[in-house]
Ligand binder design. Structure first.
Ligand code: MN
Length: 250
């Protein structure tokens, strides 16, 4: 009964199926935890959601910035962007069902030795605080609030990559750490006020790609940009990945 944590799928439904064949995914026995950004940019966003809901008992996900963008767009608080591929969800006859399903996803999933988030855990949070913030943000989302625009906690969970010298988040730089301006620190290098005692599993950062470190593992290997889709097996401590399927990319 392995648990696999998956990097950003972003609507790459065929790549997801390819990866699930590779790991011999068995619904009802195996468990899949998605790192968020399951939808948008790829051509199969609706299909990814349909798959996840169909296997509800075997699937969990945290929220990513693209799910929050979808919710805010549905509320009229954000506009569709040229590269968005979420119209298939917004215009679907059962769009309410899909949006309602996404609203049940937390911002963080705590496992025995791991913590799954989309982008980061703020350096000043411990586990209890992170889980508490996740619950509070879920309540706000269910009241229709656009947390991406109004909540620092939501931004740490779903948007952060780099931190400025004053400790604030930098949202402009998206490059790999090796190519970033030297005054910016990747969030995972900022000294933590309290040790988390968990390995953090996250996506969101395609240019960082898949890396395995003692304290964290990054899982967004840029599938929707023609890279790979990666899954990390918790029990085996091993990664599996497949090359992006062309038909997924627009
Ligand atoms: Mn993201």
């Amino acid at each position: 009964m392995p648990t696999y944590v998956l990097g950003d799928v972003q609507g790459c439904f065929l790549s997801l199926q390819k990866l699930l064949r590779k790991i011999h995914f068995t619904p009802g026995s195996d468990h899949l935890i998605f790192c968020g950004d399951t939808i948008n940019r790829g051509t199969g966003s609706l299909e990814v959601l349909q798959f996840m809901k169909k296997h509800d008992d075997s699937v969990s996900s945290v929220l990513g910035n693209h799910e929050l963008h979808l919710l805010a767009t549905n509320n009229g608080e954000r506009q569709l962007k040229p590269l968005d591929t979420i119209e298939t969800i917004l215009n679907h006859p059962k769009s309410k069902k899909w949006l309602g399903y996404i609203k049940t996803w937390p911002f963080a999933i705590e496992l025995k030795k791991h913590l799954v988030v989309h982008a980061s855990i703020a350096p000043h949070w411990d586990i209890a605080e992170a889980m508490d913030l996740s619950q509070r943000l879920s309540k706000k989302i269910n009241k229709g609030k656009n947390v991406l625009a109004t909540s620092k906690a939501a931004q740490w969970f779903t948007l952060a990559r780099y931190v400025e010298e004053d400790g604030s988040m930098n949202f402009q730089t998206k490059s790999a750490p090796e190519d970033a301006p030297s005054h910016l620190l990747p969030w995972y290098k900022v000294k933590r006020q309290k040790e988390l005692q968990r390995q953090i599993l996250f996506g969101h950062w395609a240019s960082l790609g898949h890396r395995e470190k003692k304290r964290w593992i990054s899982l967004d290997s840029g599938c929707v940009w023609g890279g790979r889709l990666t899954a990390w097996c918790i029990e085996e401590q091993q990664s599996y990945s497949v090359a992006a399927v062309k038909e997924d990319l627009r």
